[in-house]
Ligand binder design. Sequence first.
Ligand SMILES: NC(=O)c1ccc[n+]([C@@H]2O[C@H](COP(=O)([O-])OP(=O)(O)OC[C@H]3O[C@@H](n4cnc5c(N)ncnc54)[C@H](OP(=O)(O)O)[C@@H]3O)[C@@H](O)[C@H]2O)c1
Length: 336
Amino acid sequence: MKIYRDSDPEVSPALIQSKKIAIIGYGNQGHAHALNLRDSGVGELVIALRAGSKSREVVTAAGFKIMGLEEAAAWADITMLLTPDEGLGDLYEDVLKDNLKSGAAIGFAHGLAIRFGMVKPRDDLDVIMVAPKGPGRTLRALYLDNLGMPTLIAVEQDVSGIAKSLAISYAAALGAGRAGIIESSFAEECETDLFTEQAVLCGGMPALVRAAFEILVERGYTPEVAYIECLHELKQVVDLMWEGGLEHMDMAISNTAEFGGYRAGEKLVTPALRKKMEEILDDVQSGKFVKEFLADTKAGHPYLEKNRERDRSHEIERAGKTIRALMPWLGDQAKK
Ligand SMILES: NC(=O)c1ccc[n+]([C@@H]2O[C@H](COP(=O)([O-])OP(=O)(O)OC[C@H]3O[C@@H](n4cnc5c(N)ncnc54)[C@H](OP(=O)(O)O)[C@@H]3O)[C@@H](O)[C@H]2O)c1
């Protein structure tokens, strides 16, 4: 595995500074990429928005030049596709394919659209991935603190002969070289990302939190106390694992918590549960998951909406509002 850092001679924003960059979308990733690139000295940078975009005002307020999608694709040396994954196939086919200039590069922050063939790039384009491993707002906050976010890079097509250098330079301009710019592939990034967000980060962990909260409340405990135990404290434990790994966490918690944790972990992660996790990875690798996701998108997201409503109206949300109101400093990072 190759990891590049700012101290390596290849890692410099200079190459990207010499290119015209169009960022499509000004959402979670788009705003962070745009602001970090500009602060890293990228001068020729535009934000490409669709007609009637609700992001127009905030992009203008941030001082960026706005272009239409077709115009930006024809102008840019590198077009970064930072809009929701489920729409990337149509965006490429309907707007970009016939407008990107010959020899240009397109870039992604996630491997999905290439791994599952939603975007089939023209042969004359460089195709790169620069995938920061975390939310856009954290990417921006770290940059402002002179820190960086580990970022995976990959090259799918290298027509220019410098596609990898473009990816490294773009990642450097995001500030990633302060942490690590890690060589990977579209497939590895996509499959590991989908599996872990489903099995652990956005699937397994929130489902455990909900279930534990429900059990405590059903047994008559106070919802606000249950919220603190199940959700609020989660961050403190995750922070320990994040700072120094499992051993570091084991040393920082009480023997009671550690003993109970091992005992409960054995009860929960049984061979049957591991099999379920394997099935989740199978569904990712086979494309079954992506097929279901795209079908839900086509139908107007009924599955997403049903589950969003379930979360919105869950009692843990009401209890959480009460507790979070006691700590107005929560979320300060988001204001940066
Ligand atoms: N969320 C994260 O922080 C994160 C982390 C790592 C990687 N990624 C990857 O980064 C990419 C972008 O994800 P995201 O969460 O940043 O997206 P997002 O916040 O949902 O993107 C919203 C932006 O995309 C624009 N947009 C939506 N559909 C569009 C279309 N059909 N044509 C043109 N513009 C369109 C929106 O424009 P309007 O203002 O007009 O609505 C808005 O500016 C994805 O590949 C994702 O997997 C995301």
